[in-house]
Design a protein around this ligand. Structure first.
Ligand code: SF4
Length: 235
C-alpha cells in the first residue's frame, strides 16, 4: 500500500502537519445561523429509508426527465464527516453512486491523505439528478432539491462538513460569494451550527491541478477543526 506522503505527492501536494497557526485561522470566522430545517431529532432508520425512497421517486424538477437514476449519496449514514459536491456526472448517473469517475478516484486519494476512507464518511451532492451535459445547476433545481440534502444532514448529524465547489458552498451557506472568498476559514452550517470548510471540487482539480496545494490547506484546516471538535467533546 502506498504511503500517505506518496499519495500527497501523486496529487502534487506537499505534506505538512496540522499546526497551531491553522487553528488560529480556523477560529477566525464563526457565523451563528438560523434554523430552517428544524432541530436534530431522533431520526430512525425508517426515516432514512423513507428519504431514499422519496429521492428515487422524485419528479419535483425537470431533471427527472433526463436522469438515468437518482444519486442519493453513499457512505456511513452516521459518519462524522459529510462531503458535499454539486451534482452527479455521467458515470454517477449510470451507476447511481456519487464520485465514481476520475474525480471520485481523486477524492479517494484526498481522503486517504486525511487517514479517512469512503466507508468512514458520507458523500452526497446538492442535486440528486444529473444536469444534462454536465451544465451548471439552475437556481430553481437547487431550490427544489436542497431540502433532501438538508434532511440528510439532519439525519447524519456530522461533526464537520466539507463543501466541495462553489455550488455546494453557496447552497449550504446560503451565500453568493465566490469560492475564493469562502475558502480559508471555518463557516457554520446554519441549522445546526456544524463546522463547515469550503474547498475545490475534485473535478475542478483535474482541470486545474495548480489548485491542489490550496485544497490541501483546506483539508488541513478541516482536520484541525475536526480535532478541536472531538477534543472539546471529550473534555
Ligand atoms: S434533481 Fe432533486 S428535485 Fe430535481 S428531480 Fe432530481 S431529486 Fe427531484
Amino acid at each position: 500500500m502506498r504511503s500517505r506522503s506518496q499519495y500527497l505527492r501523486e496529487m502534487g501536494l506537499t505534506p505538512w502537519s496540522v499546526t497551531a497557526g491553522t487553528r488560529v485561522l480556523a477560529s477566525q470566522h464563526v457565523e451563528p445561523g438560523s434554523s430552517d430545517v428544524g432541530s436534530p431529532g431522533k431520526a430512525s432508520l425508517s426515516d432514512w429509508t423513507s428519504l431514499q425512497r422519496q429521492v428515487s421517486n422524485c419528479m419535483k424538477c425537470s431533471l427527472h426527465t433526463t436522469r438515468k437514476t437518482t444519486v442519493f449519496g453513499k457512505g456511513d449514514p452516521k459518519a462524522d464527516w459529510l462531503l458535499v459536491g454539486e451534482a452527479p456526472g455521467a458515470e454517477e448517473d449510470r451507476q447511481g453512486l456519487p464520485f465514481v469517475g476520475r474525480a471520485g478516484q481523486l477524492l479517494n486519494r484526498m481522503l486517504f491523505s486525511m487517514d479517512l476512507s469512503r466507508n468512514e464518511v458520507f458523500v452526497a451532492n446538492v442535486l440528486k439528478c444529473r444536469p444534462p451535459d454536465n451544465r451548471d445547476p439552475f437556481g430553481e433545481e437547487v431550490s427544489m432539491c436542497e431540502s433532501f440534502l438538508h434532511q440528510q444532514i439532519k439525519f447524519i448529524q456530522p461533526k464537520i462538513i466539507l463543501a466541495m465547489g462553489r455550488f455546494a458552498a453557496q447552497a449550504l451557506l446560503r451565500v453568493d460569494q465566490t469560492i475564493g472568498q469562502l475558502r480559508g476559514r471555518v463557516h457554520r452550517y446554519p441549522a445546526y451550527n456544524t463546522p463547515l470548510v469550503v474547498t475545490y471540487h475534485p473535478a475542478y482539480l483535474l482541470r486545474s491541478p495548480q489548485a491542489k496545494g490550496k485544497t490541501w490547506e483546506d483539508l488541513v484546516l478541516a482536520l484541525a477543526e475536526f480535532r478541536q471538535v472531538t477534543h472539546s467533546e471529550n473534555i
